[in-house]
Design a protein around this ligand. Structure first.
Ligand code: ZN
Length: 139
């Protein structure tokens, strides 16, 4: 069942971004979803503990990061390693001006991705019905 879900999410993400998107599942203590790139292209990682009610917004939030061109970093490490990276700890090593710049940009990007997700999810559900049922082929 998760194969159908994952394939449907990848198709939807590709539709919105205009590029092939790999959707995968990865638990992390630091995030519930992650948008990043590899040399192979765009990736969206979702936490497997997301509930059916959460998947739609978290998924569209990560799609939004790709659509809004927030994802500049190409990850060279495997996802399982990426999932253990404590971004806040890294930020503490920056200088105060660097950290302020990063914080401001992150806050802006997160707010933009949230707004984008809220609209995209509402439009999707108006057309196809509740997200979870739609992406699980009605199951
Ligand atoms: Zn985000």
């Amino acid at each position: 069942m998760r194969d159908t879900l994952t394939a449907n999410l990848a198709t939807i993400a590709s539709h919105y971004t205009g590029q092939r998107v790999i959707v995968t599942w990865q638990s992390s203590p630091y995030w519930r979803g992650l948008a990043y790139r590899t040399d192979a292209g765009a990736v969206i990682a979702l936490h497997p503990a997301l509930t059916p009610d959460e998947v739609g917004h978290v998924f569209f939030h990560e799609v939004g990061h790709h659509v809004l061109d927030h994802v500049q970093i190409v990850a060279s490490m495997p996802l399982a390693t990426l999932a253990t990276v404590d971004t806040d700890a890294i930020m503490q090593r920056l200088t105060a001006p660097e950290r302020d710049h990063w914080d401001a940009q992150t806050r802006q990007h997160e707010a933009q991705a949230d707004s984008w997700a809220t609209v995209a999810l509402a439009v999707f559900e108006r057309r196809f019905g509740p997200f979870w049922a739609a992406v699980n082929d009605g199951a």
